[in-house]
Design a protein around this ligand. Structure first.
Ligand SMILES: [Zn+2]
Length: 282
């Protein structure tokens, strides 16, 4: 497949032919950085793991050049970090038995520039080649500009892509969890299964963890906390939960503004807080 940048890569862990590898995709994860998919989209990875009729394809939009580095990576140049992070993402794709893994290699500037269309064009090509049922990306209330930028590019790509019929689009948790959403708004994915696989998928990103940022422990801890704090009554039914914001209406209604859509979630949260005061103060 021709992508915008010559340095973009497509890795197919089981060496299937490209067209076939992409066409088998049922679940597609699109994220800003290497390791974001394993943090936020484990539901999709798990849904496809060891399932002959379901396949997860990953897309990483940026090159990871600006990532922090410490320990054995402290003296790495930007180019060396890009290379390390690519290898790490391919390790995850292999461990998670992905159908395919795209590394689009864009700078974060292209993601954050509203007038740039290169990322949208790459995503349109990928959507048309994979025709997924279910898509995972960043949620619109994330606090990382590049994350929200990827989601905005993806929404535009989904509105432009031809012959693609996405049934569900989920915005998931990385930089900021979704515990704040009112319970009726939460999509809760049960991630109790395969804790060993979860640990392995998070653990391959050594360059991110080596500096003392324990994303592996923090992510598993968040899943555990979500499961326990989701309901205040009764015993825990699951040992891991990932929350998501259902972004499907942004696909089915092309006129819906993503800002209005996320503001409505914030509004319902504000209303819930206010209503409790109304009750308690009489
Ligand atoms: Zn990220």
């Amino acid at each position: 497949m021709q992508l915008a940048l010559d340095t973009a890569q497509l890795y197919i862990p089981d060496n299937a032919a490209e067209t076939e590898a992409l066409a088998r995709t049922t679940h597609l994860g699109i994220a800003a950085h290497q390791d974001d998919l394993e943090i936020m989209a484990f539901e999709g990875i798990l849904a496809c793991f060891q399932q002959p009729d379901r396949w997860f394809t990953g897309v990483i939009v940026t090159n990871g050049a600006g990532s922090a580095r410490a320990g054995v990576y402290a003296d790495y140049t930007d180019e060396a970090m890009v290379s390390v992070r690519r290898v790490e993402q391919k390790k995850a794709a292999f461990v998670g038995e992905y159908a395919a893994q795209f590394l689009l290699d864009h700078g974060s500037g292209a993601v954050k520039d509203a007038s740039s269309t290169v990322v949208v064009e790459d995503l349109v090509r990928i959507l048309e080649a994979t025709k997924p049922d279910c898509v995972y990306t960043h949620n619109l209330a994330d606090k990382h500009d590049t994350h929200v930028g990827v989601t905005l590019k993806l929404v535009e790509a989904l509105r432009r892509a031809k012959g693609v019929n996405v049934k569900k689009l989920y915005g998931c948790e990385v930089w900021r969890d979704l515990d704040w959403m009112i319970d009726d708004d939460k999509v809760a994915f049960d991630t109790s299964a395969h804790e060993n696989l979860q640990a392995a998928l998070l653990g391959v990103f050594d360059s991110q963890i080596a500096g003392g940022k324990r994303y592996d422990l923090a992510t598993l801890g968040r899943r555990r906390a979500n499961a326990t704090y989701h309901a205040s009554h009764g015993v825990d039914e699951s040992t891991g939960t990932i929350f998501a914001m259902d972004l499907t209406p942004l696909v089915t209604d092309p006129g819906l503004d993503p800002l209005d859509y996320v503001q409505a979630y914030v509004g319902r949260f504000a209303e819930e807080v206010t209503a409790r005061f109304g009750k308690l103060r009489g």
